[in-house]
Design a protein around this ligand. Structure first.
Ligand code: HEC
Ligand code: HEC
Length: 220
């Protein structure tokens, strides 16, 4: 009989899901109300009417995992994730607003791929990591091509471990987040896993990864 071994990413992600349950994960979201609230709160001015952001600097939210969106909004509110704009924008939201807005954006049709120059080295790093440097494969958590699927559940399901969808995300946003993880400006990942990963990446590798990822389609 095969003995089950502990799988570190799964453990970390399970911890993240539990943590978000404690912050109101169980409140059911109403997408129609989320549309009205996110319009009134001006979220749609930057993130788009249907979650396709209006600038390279803003992340797309359309079809993103709702558990991930909820966690980020809670983290902006608590200060666990720092952003001047988003701390201000999230500060007035109730737990019900967060649930509704996450339901709205996650139900919107998934974004398309960006036009980005393909990077073969970015793909290799994404799919295989670099064993010699102790760099895990991004794919192990973020799924094939950045689909957010890591084999533990349905895409978009509320109870899914929130390793976000990053394929087809804005290239500039991906680059900037990887830099923020690398220097420790962003440190809200479970167990600090994204800081540990990004610290091992050179600036050139961050660029290659962002180019590879931005060009991936996840809306098939
Ligand atoms: C003025 C533009 C602007 C407005 C308005 C705005 N956002 Fe943002 N949003 C941003 C930026 C910029 C980021 C990236 C912050 C960073 O640097 O980490 C972001 C990040 C996010 C994220 C994290 C996404 C991810 O992939 O990690 C969520 C969720 C989000 N915003 C939701 C909202 C909601 C909900 C509202 C309305 C209450 C809103 N935003 C209003 C600019 C905006
Ligand atoms: C052990 C699992 C794991 C591995 C390996 C991993 N990630 Fe992540 N990643 C996560 C989790 C979980 C988050 C969400 C953290 C949070 O809650 O803010 C995340 C967040 C991100 C984000 C932020 C997305 C956004 O919308 O703001 C980017 C970009 C990212 N990862 C890229 C990568 C890349 C590139 C690699 C490989 C070099 C990688 N990740 C490896 C688990 C992982």
């Amino acid at each position: 009989m095969r003995r089950e071994t502990f799988h570190l990413p799964t453990l970390l992600l399970a911890a993240a899901v539990l943590a978000s349950s404690a912050r109101g994960e169980t409140i059911a979201g109403d997408a129609a109300r989320g549309n009205i609230r996110s319009k009134a709160e001006q979220c749609q001015e930057c993130h788009g009417e249907a979650g396709i952001s209006t600038s390279e600097h803003y992340p797309k939210l359309a079809g993103q995992l709702s558990a991930y969106l909820r966690k980020q909004l809670n983290d902006f509110q608590s200060g666990a994730r720092k952003s001047e704009i988003m701390t201000a924008m999230a500060s007035g939201l109730s737990q019900q607003d967060i649930a509704d807005i996450a339901a709205f954006f996650s139900a919107a049709p998934r974004w398309d791929a960006e036009e980005a120059e393909f990077s073969a080295s970015g793909r290799t790093l994404y799919e295989s990591g670099d064993y010699a440097r102790g760099l895990p494969a991004c794919q192990g958590c973020h799924g094939e091509n950045g689909t957010g699927e890591n084999g533990s559940g349905e895409i978009g399901a509320d109870n899914k471990a929130p390793a976000p969808i990053i394929g087809g995300q804005r290239q500039l946003y991906l680059t900037s987040q990887l830099h923020l993880w690398k220097v420790g400006e962003r440190e809200n990942s479970p167990g600090g896993v994204m800081n540990e990963v990004a610290r091992k990446l050179s600036d050139a590798e961050i660029e290659q990864l962002a180019r590879f990822l931005a060009g991936q389609r996840t809306n098939r």
